[in-house]
Write a protein of this length. Structure first.
Length: 75
C-alpha cells in the first residue's frame, strides 16, 4: 500500500468520479465501497496501517484499480 501514501484529495475525487461513472447505480456502488471499507478495517485490524489513508479512501482506490485494470484480480 505504499503507492497510496502521498495521494492528494483531487486524485481521490477524480478516482471516485471514475468509479461512479462506470457504475450503473450510484447507490449500490456507494454501499459496495462502504462495505469493503468496513470489512477491510476489521479484517486487517492486526496490521499496522498508515493512519493517513482512511479505510474508505483505500477501498475507493482499490475498487477503481480493479475496474480500470482487471488484470489485477487475475481475470
Amino acid at each position: 500500500m505504499n503507492r497510496y501514501q502521498k495521494i492528494e484529495s483531487s486524485q481521490v475525487t477524480y478516482k471516485t468520479e471514475k468509479l461512479l461513472e462506470v457504475s450503473q447505480n450510484r447507490y449500490v456502488m456507494t454501499i459496495q465501497v462502504a462495505n469493503r471499507a468496513k470489512r477491510g478495517k476489521y479484517e486487517e485490524i492486526d496490521i499496522v496501517e498508515d493512519p493517513l489513508i482512511k479505510p474508505i479512501i483505500r477501498a475507493i482506490l482499490e475498487m477503481v484499480d480493479e475496474v480500470v485494470q482487471p488484470e489485477i484480480i487475475g481475470c
